[in-house]
Design a protein around this ligand. Sequence first.
Ligand code: ARG
Length: 466
Amino acid sequence: MKMWAGRFRQPLDPRFEQWQRSFPFDQRLIEDEVAASRAHARALAAARVLSQSELGSILRGLEQIGQQAANPEFLRDEEAEDVHHFVEKQLVVLIGEAGYKLHSGRSRNEQIATDLRLYVRRSVDELQHGLGELLEALVTRAEKAGLATMPSYTHLQPAEPVLVAHWLLAYAEMFFRDSARLADCRKRLNQCPLGSGAVAGSTLPLDRAAMTSELGFDQPTANSLDATSDRDFAIEFVQTLSLMAVHFSRFAEEMILFSTREFGFVRLPEAFSTGSSAMPQKQNPDAMELIRGKAARVIGDATALITTVKGLPLAYNKDLQETQEPVFSAAETMQAVVSIAAGFISAVEFDYERMQAAASSGFMNAMAAAHYLVARGVPFRHAHEQIGQAVQWCVERHCELEEMPLDELRRFAPDAGQDFYSHLTLDAVLGCHDVEGGTAPARVRQALAEARERLAALKGELHAHA
Ligand code: ARG
């Protein structure tokens, strides 16, 4: 039975009827729909709309539906308009007429608002769990890298040497922020729309506090018009995911670049690479390329979502059905990305020798050289000019700054002394970045310890939600 046929004299155009259905995708919400329906049924019984025995059979019916939800055969239904209709139909099959009482005092508008919040909430929790594993892998790799060094780049030109651990922790920072954004989004979404009715509030005196606590929400939503049409929570979630996808795409790009023969810093794990059907020698970084590519999809999801809501009059409009698929797409895409990336990070190998060789040449100690002069009272702008001229001298002779004889150097930098050279070694250059957040080994050790603590706190929070 349709949920709304009474007022209609003509059947729906069959193409339109199929086209407007959301069941093919909103069946993902079935466990949320069952949970929300259970809470509503209890509130109906408390309001004496259902007898205790009707409540009992509705709860048993819902439980059975929940149990069968994992079975794709059970979900095969060409007629159900959406997940709300499907559950009502199945309930009536299981328990008869009493099943039709469940919809008293509620609307699908508040149901979808509730189900989608529950879906986003559990997706946040799953993603946080995944981010915890990913950060674990990343921080472990950074710890294992010890004092290994590599070049850092600006404009993709060699800049200054850094610890490999420092580089890896840069990504950890991005993912910690993503995790914090997800936690923030979770806080704001955790309100219960049940009781909002179609638009103006339920016509029955439902105990909203009871429904709120049964579903693990923090409080009931404050305004029925807003609650039934608000999708901020979905927008925030998918925008957060789009930023997270961008972070992953930056990581993927560096892995791709650093695994090229020209860089040779990274050896791709075979378990996360593929070959070429044409060129026998190839080992391609497909895992990273797909991760880089997936960012486009998630950015598209975020764009679709916010554009759907733009200019919608209050309250519910069917356009809002279009907000579901971008949420599912972004959540499912990023769950996979996080897990593939975590596996990759644990398996990838670094060629520390090549990294160190690259960090030891190409004038990456020029800034430290200028600061050597600054420490001797030379104004930085002059020091910069003098070392720049020294670099030019070296470029012409294919040598490094530390290979330049002191008398030649002093023609440009009269304040340089014999101790100049000891300030140019890799260790000295790293050590001079001795500032919070810098790459001096002691600072990186401290940053690693702090990353460990933050990771433990993140895992503790997840545990609290579990
Ligand atoms: N499938 C619908 C959606 O996702 C459920 C709400 C339908 N409400 C309505 N008034 N037609 O938005």
